[in-house]
Every structure is written in C-alpha cells, then in structure tokens.
Design a protein around this ligand. Structure first.
Ligand code: PEP
Ligand code: MG
Length: 766
C-alpha cells in the first residue's frame, strides 16, 4: 500500500493544474481500492457549496454540475463531522441525497473521507460500490484517510494557483481573491511585486513571460555551450583516474545536452513565450517527475542527474543577473524566505511591502520589517508566489493577507486605509517631545529597538529616550564576512552618538535560531534549542572579545554604552561574560582610551532565567525581558513556524505570570528591569507591563507614538485594575478581548486592527 500511496502522491504532484490532479486522484484511488466509483467534491469558498469536481464511475457530465449545500447529503455530513463515514447501504441513510445526473442509485456502499488542510475542510473524497455486500473494511478506510491527508496540501496549492490566475474552482473568472498568511508588520502597501530567490535554485525560479524571445534563446544557447564545455573539461581532468565505463557517465550527461534532448524542449517553451529560466524549470521538473515515477531503480536515480544539469544550466543563465534586477518605484518584495540582505538591495525609498512564504509574525525578518515600518505578510505557505512576479499586489499587514491584480474598488478601499494611517501618524507627531507620563504622574521610559541606522533616524523623529536593544547581529547579517573591529566600531559609534547622553543598550551578537550569517552557517536539528546567542560567543571568545572591544572604544567620550547578554540560561554564562568584559575594559584603558565601565545586563528570555532572576540580577546592573523568545520557550511554540502561529500568544496567562514574577524579583533585589520584546510595542501589552512595574519599554520606532499616546491618556490606577482583572483569566483570547475592550473604552479603538490571520488557503474577499 505504501508504494501505491507514494506513486499516487508523486503523480498528483506532477499534475499541471487542479483538474488534472483531481482526475489522477479519482483514477488511481479507484484502481487501488478495486471499487467502482471514486469521486472528489470540493468546497467552493465563493458559494460555500460542494461541487463534484472529478469522478471515475459516475456520469462524467455530472462533473461541475452537481453541487450540494454546505451541510447537504452524505457529503455535507462527512464535511461537517470532519471524519470518515462508511456505510454499507447508503440510500437507506436519512441524509442520503439522490442526484439523477450521477446515475448514483445503482451504488449502495459508500465511504467518504474529508479532505482537511490546516483545519479547513477543502472537500470530500468518496468511493462507492454497487453490491450491498461490500463493506469497506478498516484497512481501506485507513488508506483513504492517508491518501486524503497527503493530498490536501497539493489540492490547496493547486486551488491557490488557479486563484492567482483569477479562476474559481469551476474555471469561472473571479475577482479580488486574497491569499492568507500571518500578519508580519502592520500597515497596507499597494505596489508591484518582485519575486527574489536564491541563486541556482530551480524550484524558486519565478514564472515570467518574455517579450524578447530571440534574446532568451541566445542566452539559453550560451548556457548550454558553457555547461557542455564545463563537463568536457571535468571529464578530461578525471580521465586518467577513471575507468572507461565510469567516464561513459559524462557522455550520458553530454547526450542529455544534445539539441534534440532537454535543450530542444526548453527552446520550444521559450518560443512559446516563456523566459529562459522559467522554461528550463518547467522542462527539468517534468523530466525529474517522469524519472522519479519509473519502477527501475537505476532510471529513478537519473532524476538526480537531470536536477544537477538543470542547476548547472541555471547558474550560467543567472550570471550577471543579480545586478540587472529592476526594482519598480513601489516594490513589494516576495520570497520563499526573506533575508535582511534582500531588503537591503532595494534602492532607498522604493520598498513598500514584503511577503514571505516561510517564517511567522515573530521571525526576525518580520521584526526588522516592523522596525522599518514596511507592511509585511509572513507564512504564505500554500501560495505559489513565483507566479506573482510583476503583478500588482496589495499587502494587508494588519490581517496577514495579500491580493493579486486587485479591482479598482478594492484598490480604492485600501488606498483609503493607507491615507488614514498616514493621518494617524501625523496626529501623533506632536507627542514627540512630551514625556511618557500617565494622567496621575507615573513615568515610564520609552526606548527603541534598533538594528540599522535608518531605525535610529526614525526613532529620533518619534521621540525615543534611548536605545533599549541594539541588535548587533543586523550589521553582521548584511555583510559577507565578520566585520572587523574597526568596522564594528564605526557602526556602534553611530548609534551611541545619535542618542548621547541617553543610554544605548547593545546586545552582544545573538546568532543562531532563525538568524544566520551566510559566512558562518550553523546547521542543527533544533536550532532554537541549540547553539544560539551567548552560547556561540562564549565558544568563540575571539568574536566576543573583538565585539566588546569595538563597543568600548566606540563609547569613548560619550559614556552612554550599556552591554546586554542574550539567551542566558546559566549563571556561569554571566560570570564568564563579565570576566571577558572586565578583561577588555582594562586592556582598552591600557591602550589609552578614556572610557567608563559600561553597565552590563542580562536578557531574561528562557524559562530557566525566570526562576533565577534574583541570582542573575545580583550579578549585573539591569535585566531586560526578551518576551519574543520567552513566549516561544514557555509555550513550546516555534516563533518562526506559521503552522503554530495561532498558538504563539504573548497574552497567554503563563507568559503574563512569568512577566509579573520577573519584575517583582528584579525589584526585590533593587535592580531595574525593562522589556524589549514585541509585546512592549503593543498598546495593550504596554498597559499591562506598566502596571507590572517595568521601568522601561523598548520597542520598534513605528509603535512608539501609539504606545505613548495610550499611556499618556490613562492613569496608572486604570492600568493596575486592568492587570488585576486579566490575571484572573485563563485564556489568551479572553485576555486579549478584555485588553481590547479597555483600550476601546479609553478611546483607542482606532489602534485595534484585526489580529493575526492564520489559515493558509486562499479565500474570496468580501
Ligand atoms: C526577544 O527575544 O524578545 C528579543 C528581544 O530578542 P530577539 O527578538 O532579537 O530574539
Ligand atoms: Mg531573543
């Protein structure tokens, strides 16, 4: 059964479109189950009805014509119960519904299983049999459930592909279809999409038409010649070491490059109007699927050679391409996995929106986007974004969805939201120089999180009182090697100078997890539980020492530097770090620099640190809570995984209890405590944190004016009461509603936007 299943999935994967995929499913499942009928009904999100989309065994004319209301018939029953229904005599069931168009009355046994993707029922897969004596057994039921679970993702993907072309399930034209992901950075952007992709990755190549066929043919022919030459050279070099039969492998490669083999098919596709890279991708993928389906192991293995050839051809096609990307005036960058370097390549002022297939609302690239004020949607897992290149798109960073090729009405609707947002910010500018003080005189410092110099400029414009977290890894991530001490000193000086005499808290290099350096790759099974933050830098004192030295030298004459240690889970890590910092301090002074010993703090971002706050605080000058990681580790929810984004909730009672405890324990030993996770920049979160007694809230620059306006409009007593009420609640969702209600009653309903969206199937916008 396993091999049948595998080959069905592979065949379905290679289908060109949804209709072909569904036809393969019904054909193959019918044969595998040795039954008379197999059909697929899909739920049309537009009409909320099940449509018979493909069948083997019922009348073909019924396809597309037979539809059932959401809870009608046995199909509706399977969908609403979300479990298989196995009947020996279906017509006698009270929910049986008869459609003469299908010829169904002849069939008695019925087994229907729901097709569910990310909790959404996409449709129902059904098998039927004429004789009443056949009852599908448990093994058959289990097979159908497995097929359906495996195919749900492929069906969701094919549906989304049709939707990109503006087609409904039945192939009718449809408008304003949205694709759902996870909210990354708030705001709305309307712009033209540019799909960026890593080099030599065939699967990531976007689909694009070409209007210069001759040029594409020429480029492709150049690539084929170059790859042929490469292979001939390698064969020549290895000839003395290989036996003739081994050398023959190179001939196989060269034959695959003959004009009438793979290149011939690519040329045909280019002539059909597709750009060379896209044509190559299509042909290679077809070949690979074809080989992978072969029964013969030797031939199946040839898929690897084809992929290798494809990659070689692609890297020649992509030579020099990097420099030639033309970014439109209003660029929306789309990628399978966005990286800070990709953002840096868009010319200044032209980046308006971001979309990433991987990652979630608390991934670092989303945090960076929030700091830059660029509306972002993450976790677009089922959207074939490589088909969106060059299209007009709307990015709704509040709800976590995008629209491709929007109608005039939809564009006008979102344009209005953009204008409202701009107005809201203009209204907040007057708060810039006012203190963050409640109506009854309680003061809280509002600091910013920075990573780039642009953050600093924005922060100053928004009235920040210092930097609560400078993520030093950001300048490391946009370089191609470790920055030298001198280079680091330059970056750090900029940040320190911009805010002097206010404090600037620099975090030592925090790499690992989802923050990787291209020149220092870390590959691990569980990166978030692995070599991260202080663990890396203590293992590499040469990196740590250079960084601290650069920080101390940069602080000369300013004396506003504070150093903070990330990912601390053991007291010994603090002690070792302090030892190294003291050592550098003395050495730098000996070199003649006139500097003061900076304050040193620890980040509380893993559960172990929560229970050792006192011991940690006694050894350092301050604590700062990294609520992004603390939430992830307390709830065991990967902050980067869109599949569990709905479970990632900083309003979770366990997180709130931990935050209360941290503030209490730090103050009990007389040490200040701040917070620099994203919760601080959430107006409701800021209210709770103030009530918990946090001395400073550090957030992205874009959130600061909103938080300030909320805190200045309420009394501390109001926030205390809210905290008291929320601590009695046991559900994150109820807590969120309670906090939202308080914000509304304080007149800040306009700051509340719909929360994180999480489904990943496409849906028709209303
Ligand atoms: C945090 O974990 O809350 C934090 C501020 O650090 P980062 O988001 O950079 O991991
Ligand atoms: Mg962290």
């Amino acid at each position: 059964m396993l091999s049948t299943l595998r080959s069905i999935v592979q065949e379905v994967n290679s289908a060109r479109d949804l209709s072909e995929a569904l036809n393969i499913i019904v054909c193959r499942v019918r044969a595998a189950m040795a039954t008379e009928v197999c059909s697929v009904y899909l739920l049309d999100p537009e009409t909320n009805r099940y449509i018979l989309m493909a069948t083997e065994g019922l009348y073909k004319e019924a396809v597309g014509r037979v539809t059932l209301a959401h809870s009608e018939g046995l199909i509706g029953l399977v969908g609403s119960r979300e479990e298989p229904i196995n009947l020996e005599d279906a017509p006698s069931h009270p929910r049986y519904r008869y459609f003469p168009e299908t010829g169904e009355e002849r069939f008695r046994s019925f087994l229907g299983v729901p097709i569910i993707h990310h909790r959404n029922v996409l449709g129902v897969l059904v098998v039927q049999q004429r004789e009443s004596s056949r009852c599908f057994d448990e093994g058959e039921e289990a097979f159908m459930v497995t097929v359906s679970a495996q195919l749900a993702g492929v069906i969701a993907h094919s549906e989304a592909t049709g939707a990109i072309s503006g087609l409904s399930l039945t192939g009718q034209e449809t408008g304003d279809v949205s694709f759902n992901g996870v909210a990354g950075a708030p705001g709305v952007a309307i712009g033209q999409s540019v799909v960026v992709y890593p080099p030599a990755d065939l699967d990531a190549v976007p689909e694009k038409p070409t209007d210069n066929i001759e040029q594409e043919l020429k480029i492709f022919s150049g690539a084929v010649t170059a790859v042929r030459e490469d292979i001939e050279q390698v064969a020549e070099r290895l000839a003395p070491q290989l036996r003739p039969e081994e050398l023959a492998l190179f001939d196989v490669y060269l034959r695959m490059l003959d004009d009438n083999a793979l290149p011939g098919e690519v040329v045909n596709s280019i002539r059909g109007g597709i750009w060379a890279q896209g044509a190559l991708r299509q042909v290679v993928q077809q070949y690979v699927r074809h080989f992978e389906l072969m029964g013969d192991l030797y031939l199946r293995e040839r898929a690897v050679d084809i992929r290798d050839l494809g990659r070689r051809l692609l890297s020649h096609l992509q030579e020099g391409e990097h420099e030639s990307v033309v970014y439109p005036e209003r660029t929306v960058l789309l990628s399978d996995e966005l990286t800070p370097a990709m953002l840096g390549e868009v010319p200044h002022g032209q980046l308006v929106g971001l979309v990433s297939v991987r990652g979630s609302g608390n991934s670092h690239v989303a945090i960076l986007a929030r700091a830059m004020g660029v509306p972002t949607v993450m976790g677009m897992v089922d959207t074939p974004i490589n088909q969106l290149d060059g299209k007009e798109v709307i990015v709704d960073g509040f709800e976590g969805k995008i629209f491709a090729s929007p109608s005039d009405e939809l564009r006008a609707y979102y344009q209005e939201i953009c204008e409202e947002e701009a107005e809201l910010f203009r209204g907040l500018e007057e708060l810039r120089d006012k203190p963050c003080e409640t109506t009854d005189g309680h003061r809280v410092s509002l600091l910013v999180n920075t990573g780039l110099m642009t953050d600093v400029v924005r922060s100053l414009n928004h009235g920040a009182e210092g930097i609560g977290l400078y993520r030093t890894e950001v300048p490391f991530m946009i370089k191609e090697r470790f920055p030298s001490e001198q280079e680091q000193r330059g970056y750090y000086r900029e940040q320190l100078e911009a805010f002097a005499p206010s404090p600037v808290t620099m975090r030592t290099l925090d790499i690992g997890g989802d923050k990787s350096l291209s020149y220092f790759p870390i590959s691990e099974e569980n990166p978030f539980l692995g070599w991260r933050g202080i663990r890396v830098t203590l293992d590499h004192p040469e990196i740590f020492l250079v960084q601290v030295r650069a920080m101390l030298k940069a602080s000369e004459g300013l004396n506003n530097l504070q150093i903070m240690l990330p990912m601390v889970s053991n007291i010994s890590e603090v002690e070792e770090s302090l030892h190294l910092i003291y050592r550098v301090y003395h050495e730098v002074r000996e070199e003649g620099f006139s500097i003061r010993m900076p304050k040193v703090g620890v980040m509380v971002e893993v559960p172990a640190a929560v229970y050792q706050v006192r011991e940690l605080a006694e050894r350092v000058d301050f604590l700062s809570v990294g609520s992004n990681d603390l939430t992830q580790y307390l709830l065991a929810v990967d902050r980067n995984n869109p599949r569990v984004a709905q479970l990632y909730h900083s309003y979770h009672p366990a997180v709130l209890q931990a935050l209360v405890r941290i503030a209490h324990d730090a103050h009990a030993v007389g040490k200040p405590v701040s917070i620099c996770g994203e919760l601080a920049g959430d107006p409701g979160g800021a209210l709770l944190l103030m009530a918990m007694g946090y001395d400073a809230l550090s957030m992205n620059a874009a959130s600061l004016p909103k938080v300030k306006s909320v805190l200045r409009s309420v009394s501390r007593a109001f926030a205390d009461q809210l905290l008291e009420d929320t601590l009695l609640l046991d559900s994150p969702h109820v807590i969120k509603s309670c906090v939202d209600l308080a914000l509304r009653s304080a007149g800040f309903g306009r700051y509340l936007r719909p929360g994180r969206a999480s489904t990943s199937t496409y849906s028709k916008s209303s």
